[in-house]
Each structure stands twice: as structure tokens, then as C-alpha cells.
Design a protein. Structure first.
Length: 343
């Protein structure tokens, strides 16, 4: 009798293992079901990053086996560096915490910024919803209504920044063009910069067009704010006549560094979604697939369109390759950047 029971138990265990191997999604159902996946956003509520994450959170859960709840938390500060450090060093690598932070921080890692406590090569990448196009915009009352007005200004024009790419662009323009600029840093996020611009504390800012038109659309539509310069290597379809910053840069070095920081990294992998190092591979793949399915979800796309959120996604595997390529950049290039980018 005991042998029969033992044999039955062994057969049942073998069947369970075989079922697990044949249908790995069952394991994911068991893990994610009834749980909450948190998206930790490195910028405050009302920012472009926040808008994308909240739209994604409302639809991504149905594409994850077990249909977990997906929530959004804001951990603003230091241009999302606090969030990047948190995801790398403190978040549990179980697939339940996703970080959303700005890709420009990867450059700062290789500049040996003392505030960076992560190795970008070790993150697991979920994906990115859009490749962004950076611009510089100003309020009408600042008087900077065109590039000519900016160039002719006798006083340095105050530009507000919330860290990373929003500060990198003005710094590169200060180094490689003759544009009069006074950089005002320390804002927690772009909503605060927008308020400062509208209050006359600063004249404008340099940031993504995708985030700007999503959260500053009322000022743009009313003619209170306007784009006067594009920080991209070719014109955005919505701004065919707005001048390009690279055309103001005379040196080859300046153009190369500008494209590296602002376009290749600050633009292509700007809105990153990452998992902590050590997250189990099956959960990484599950979340990567869920993210990509969300990017094709009809309801999500309808919401994104209504919220003026452009969608041009990158898969996690694409981000992995781009991040790996940054490591191959010559140390001398980073050495040149160090004196420009770091305060």
C-alpha cells in the first residue's frame, strides 16, 4: 500500500513538473495573479513621464498573465536620478517594481557623476514608449519669440531645468554657440519649470516636444508659449520651419557631442522603463512582452491620442543594444563632456 501511494505521489509530481515546463505561463499566472506591479516615476505628477506611465498603467495589467493591478508612484528629484538609484540598489528584483527615468543619466554614469550609484549595463530593460525630439520653448512675454530675438538679446536669457537632458541641452548650447544663456537649475520637474516660465521667473526651457505638447498644450495653443529652436538633427514634422540647434554649432566636436547627448541617448532612449538587476529572466520576458502588447493595444492608443502622447516604442532588447553601445564610446569623448555637462 505504501509503495502504491509513493508511486502515485511520484507520478503526480512528475506530471506537475512536466506541465510547468510545457506551459511556463502557468507559473507566471501564479506569480503575478493578485499582486500589484508598481511603476516608480522619477518625475512629479503632471510631468510628461508621469502622463505616459499612468496611461500605460491603465492598460498593461491585462497583458500580464494573472492580470495584476498596475499602479504609479512618483519619486521625483535630481532629474529622476533618485529613482534610477532606488531601482538599482533598493527595489526588490522580483518583477513587481518598474522604474521610469530619463536616459540622459546613462551619460552621467560615464562622466563619473558622484550622484550616480548604478551600472546601466546591469539593468533589465522593459521598453520605452517613444523616441523623443528635444526643443527649446519660451513664453511670449519673455520676448524670445524667435531664434533671431534670442540671438539679439543683450541680456543672458534665463532657461529653467529639471536636471539631466533639460540641463544638458543648455550647457552644450552655452559651450558651442553664442546664444546668451543663464541656466537656472533645481526644479523637481517640468511642471515646475512651466510654472516658473509663466510667472516670469525664467524665459523658457529645453525639453522634449512630446512631453511639452502633452502637458503645456494650453500655453502653446493660446500662443502664450512657442517653440523657437529644435535640439534634433533633422526637423520634426510638426516644426518644419523651426531652426535646428546643430546648424548653430560650427565645430565638428560640438556637433558630435550634441548628437551623442541630445539625440542618440537623450532622444532615442529618453523615457526608459527598467527592472532591477537580478530580476528572474522569465518575469523580465513576461513584462517586456506585456509592454509591447500594451503599445499595440487599441484602447491604450486611443487614450494616448486623446492625451497628445506620441507612441513610437522601443523594445527592451533594442534598449539593451543602445545602452551597450554607450559603453564603447571613447573615454576621451567622455572626458571632453565632463567639463561641459557636470555642474
Amino acid at each position: 500500500m505504501q509503495r502504491t501511494v509513493r508511486r502515485w505521489l511520484e507520478q503526480a509530481a512528475f506530471a506537475a513538473v512536466s506541465l510547468f515546463i510545457a506551459f511556463p505561463s502557468i507559473a507566471q499566472d501564479n506569480f503575478f495573479g493578485g499582486k500589484t506591479v508598481r511603476i516608480v516615476v522619477g518625475f512629479p505628477p503632471g510631468s510628461g513621464f508621469d502622463a505616459y506611465s499612468r496611461a500605460i498603467a491603465r492598460h498593461m495589467g491585462k497583458h500580464i498573465p494573472g492580470s495584476p493591478t498596475v499602479s504609479v508612484e512618483n519619486m521625483a528629484g535630481a532629474g529622476s536620478l533618485i529613482t534610477a538609484n532606488h531601482i538599482y540598489n533598493r527595489a526588490t528584483p522580483d518583477g513587481l517594481t518598474i522604474g521610469n527615468w530619463i536616459g540622459g543619466l546613462i551619460i552621467q554614469q560615464y562622466l563619473n557623476d558622484k550622484g550616480v550609484f548604478f551600472d546601466a549595463q546591469k539593468f533589465e530593460w522593459v521598453g520605452s514608449p517613444v523616441r523623443i525630439h528635444n526643443i527649446c520653448a519660451f513664453t511670449k512675454k519673455s520676448g524670445i519669440t524667435s531664434l533671431d530675438k534670442w540671438q539679439q538679446s543683450k541680456a543672458r536669457v534665463k532657461i529653467g531645468a529639471a536636471g539631466s537632458t533639460t540641463a544638458d541641452i543648455p550647457r552644450l548650447l552655452m559651450k558651442y554657440t553664442k546664444l546668451p544663456i543663464q541656466l537656472i537649475e533645481g526644479y523637481k520637474g517640468m511642471p515646475d519649470v512651466h510654472l516658473a516660465a509663466e510667472a516670469g521667473e525664467v524665459a523658457g526651457f529645453c525639453a522634449s516636444w512630446e512631453g511639452t505638447k502633452a502637458i503645456w498644450h494650453s500655453a502653446l495653443n493660446a500662443g502664450v508659449g512657442m517653440v523657437v529652436l529644435q535640439a534634433v538633427n533633422k526637423s520634426h514634422p510638426e516644426h518644419p520651419k523651426i531652426p535646428l540647434a546643430v546648424d548653430l554649432i560650427q565645430s565638428t566636436e560640438g556637433r558630435e557631442l550634441f548628437n551623442l547627448v541630445v539625440h542618440n541617448v537623450g532622444g532615442t532612449i529618453n523615457r526608459l522603463y527598467s527592472l532591477p538587476p537580478g530580476t528572474p529572466e522569465d518575469r523580465v520576458r513576461t513584462l517586456q512582452m506585456a509592454f509591447q502588447e500594451t503599445m499595440k493595444d487599441a484602447d491604450f492608443l486611443a487614450e494616448a491620442k486623446k492625451g497628445r502622447l506620441d507612441i513610437d516604442p522601443l523594445a527592451g532588447s533594442e534598449i539593451t543594444k543602445i545602452v551597450a553601445s554607450v559603453k564603447l564610446i571613447a573615454p576621451a569623448t567622455f572626458e571632453r563632456l565632463k567639463g561641459i555637462i557636470l555642474p
